[in-house]
Design a protein around this ligand. Structure first.
Ligand code: A3P
Length: 329
């Protein structure tokens, strides 16, 4: 009752002297019924009719909508940081966990996908992030089928740093001592248990090893560009997201058609990890969890150089494809 009828009106009906009249002697009954009828005809019914549009609008305001934009990747490039920073904008609604609808949960259906989204109102933009979509063979066409106008956000980072980050995450999941060194995986003979064929190298690098392979961004992007025009993509520089988070977030807010509200005042550098954290209004900080911003192993200089040389032509192909250049060196 209180959801639909403002409190003052309900109180007026309940506490009016006519309601109290119920306790009066039966002689007052006819006057009581008369007044109740007055309330019903002149207050309640017009109120119900007039408030109908308001009530239906407020229902519409709390729908779960399918996303209009997706952060499709790239894994270990800063996708979590981007999502958390975007959520500073009250018009951006996003589920916390990765949904993985278009690659792992597709058979659960669209209603399930919608149910994973938070409620949103008019003027809000619903987004989700599942970084494995970027390398998925099925995600591009499935997304197009559901919304050919989907906005696609891709966080890109120097592929050498991204490969080291990927390796650091993989080795943190294995028991200590089980993972060969980064150098051995990237340019050596990998590991006996590894499924990667490390006897075939390209420009001296194990390009088939996942951590290296994903950094050949142009190869995966071509798949996406078969389904969506370049204008529907926005590329975030993962390094700038660390150095100048507000600047990078502002560009995404604009890409989503929103008035930018995130500003440099929203961030403060974590003095230990040296990554930006969100500054709350009460001066406390929200930094990303301990799986983000892990210390990286020190990699031999000649191996780093070989990887950089390996990625040079790969990066050039990417830059030509997206008509945009990143200063990653
Ligand atoms: P590392 O943990 O290897 O440093 P993703 O969220 O896509 O998996 O990316 C994780 C990477 O985001 C981290 O990799 C880190 O380098 C980077 N990153 C960017 N901004 C960050 C932030 N504000 N806090 C922590 N990590 C951040």
């Amino acid at each position: 009752c209180f959801r639909y009828f403002p409190l003052p009106i309900v109180l007026d009906i309940l506490s009016s002297s006519h309601y109290i009249d119920v306790t009066l002697p039966s002689g007052s009954l006819s006057s009581f019924l008369l007044t109740m009828r007055f309330h019903l005809i002149f207050l309640f019914i017009p109120y119900l009719v007039l408030s109908l549009p308001i009530r239906t609008t407020s229902k519409r305001n709390n729908e779960r909508k399918l996303p209009e934009a997706i952060i499709i990747g790239v894994k270990k490039a800063g996708t979590r940081a981007l999502l958390e920073f975007l959520r500073l904008n009250p018009h951006i609604k996003a589920p916390g966990p990765e949904v993985h609808f278009f690659d792992k949960n597709f058979e659960k259906g669209l209603d399930w996908y919608r149910s994973q989204m938070p409620e949103s109102g008019d003027g809000d933009v619903t987004i989700e992030k599942s970084p494995s979509y970027f390398i998925s063979k099925t995600a591009p066409s499935r997304i197009k089928e559901i919304n050919p106008n989907m906005k696609l956000i891709v966080v890109l980072r120097d592929p050498v740093t991204r490969a080291i980050s990927d390796y650091t995450q993989a080795s943190s999941k294995r028991r200590l001592g089980q993972m060969p060194s980064f150098e051995r995986m990237a340019v050596g003979d990998c590991a006996p248990w590894s499924k990667v064929n490390c006897s075939v190298k390209i420009r001296g690098v194990n390009s088939g090893w996942g951590a290296v392979r994903i950094g050949q961004y142009h190869k995966y992007l071509q798949r996406w560009l078969k389904e969506f025009p370049l204008a529907q993509f926005h590329f975030v520089d993962g390094q700038k997201l660390i150095d100048e988070p507000a600047e990078e977030v502002k560009k995404v807010e604009e890409f989503l058609g929103l008035k930018p509200v995130v500003s440099p005042a929203d961030f403060e550098l974590d003095s230990v990890k040296k990554f930006p954290c969100i500054k709350n209004p009460d001066e406390t900080h929200h930094c990303l969890g301990k799986t983000k911003g892990r210390p990286h192993p020190k990699v031999d200089e000649p191996v780093l150089k070989r990887l950089k040389r390996f990625y040079e032509p790969e990066n050039d192909r990417l830059f030509a494809l997206i008509h945009q250049k990143f200063q990653w060196n």
